[in-house]
Design a protein around this ligand. Structure first.
Ligand code: SF4
Ligand SMILES: [Zn+2]
Length: 337
């Protein structure tokens, strides 16, 4: 973490540097989270796992947003990748006015003309004009959509995401057609879903996304427990356990086989190895997280092979129970730990 912005609206929420990959080669990325008015969907309804509405700044102005970006860019030191997150949607005009979307891109483009810029958005805010006016200042614009799952049923009922697979396809096509890159986020283990079912859902989703957008990038995001969410309430009552690292390895390894290595599949878990994030027993977590981080650069499956720890037997037991008794398997598993 380079810095946190404190209470000032003209400073970003946080800025840091991290490793990522471009064309399967490791690169450094500069990441900033901007303070914005927050996600429109979260104000109207909101997703069951999302605590981003805890970071809402209703008084932020357009000039604050530009100052936040300029402040974050002071830390720019030749990184090839710049990520701007907003705890919502970059292309939502209620969150970032259209003219400000363009001004921010202009600032980034003049500081880092050859960098790739990543922004996140819900698909309903994607249109050709918006992408072109931001993309014209960047070498490459990458647009991430939090699809979460290719199943409309799970996205609507378990996550309350409020958009459909066909909305995602429409947005993804525009991203493709305007020469931008598409990144798709998949959520691993939605609430009210067993461990085994979550593996199956992730693999189906990887296959579906790959069929529609071969060669795009997929990020598998295992659930992390965010505060003041429905998922946190289930977690506190012992009714929800975040997924196992063994499950994540299974999804990454098998997913890469399913897509024949054509679509890069990565994971950079929030709270990995902690009780509120994807975890195993604690002892074997650091080594597995390290392997997943290296695998995410170039999808070399060998990095995921030959990992074993005795907790793998508990995981197998949990998977078997979650097939036969999905409702109580998490509760039972948590009561033993
Ligand atoms: S997950 Fe995304 S769309 Fe859902 S409430 Fe959070 S920021 Fe909004
Ligand atoms: Zn272990």
């Amino acid at each position: 973490m380079i810095h946190e912005g404190g209470t000032s609206n003209s400073k970003p929420l946080s800025v840091w540097k991290e490793k990522d990959s471009i064309d399967r080669v490791e690169v450094e990325a500069l990441v900033m989270i901007l303070k914005t008015r927050g996600c429109s969907w979260s104000k109207r309804s909101g997703c069951t796992m999302c605590g981003y509405n805890n970071s809402v700044f209703p008084d932020v102005t357009s000039s604050d947003l530009i100052m936040q970006v300029d402040d974050a860019l002071k830390s720019y030191d030749g990184e090839q990748y710049i990520k701007i997150f907003t705890s919502g949607s970059y292309f939502d005009p209620m969150e970032i006015p259209l003219e400000t979307q363009r001004s921010i891109a202009m600032s980034v483009g003049s500081s880092a003309p050859s960098a790739r810029l990543l922004v996140e958005t819900r698909p309903e805010f994607i249109n050709r004009q918006g992408l072109e006016q931001v993309g014209r200042y960047m070498d490459i614009l990458e647009v991430a959509i939090g699809l979460e799952t290719s199943s409309d049923n799970i996205r609507m009922e378990n996550i309350n995401k409020g958009f459909t697979w066909s909305d995602y396809i429409r947005g993804g096509r525009i991203v493709d057609d305007t020469g931008c890159l598409l990144k798709t986020y998949l959520l691993m283990k939605s609430p009210f879903m067993s461990e085994a079912a979550s593996i199956g859902d992730c693999l189906n989703s990887i296959k579906d996304v790959h069929e529609e957008f071969p060669g795009s990038r997929i990020s598998v995001n295992p659930m992390n427990i965010q505060s003041r969410t429905l998922v946190e309430r289930l977690f506190r009552k012992g009714l929800y356990r975040p997924p196992w690292l063994w499950s994540l390895m299974e999804v990454l390894g098998t997913g890469t086989q399913l897509t024949k290595g054509e679509t890069l599949i990565m994971s950079s878990p929030t709270a990995g190895g902690k009780k509120r994030g994807v975890h195993n027993c604690g002892e074997c977590d650091p080594g597995i997280l390290e392997a997943i981080s290296s695998f995410s650069i170039d999808n070399d499956r060998k990095l995921l092979l030959h990992h074993y720890h005795h907790c793998m037997e508990d995981w197998k037991e949990h998977i078997a129970l979650s097939v036969s008794d999905p409702l109580y398997s998490d509760m039972w598993m948590r009561s033993r730990s």
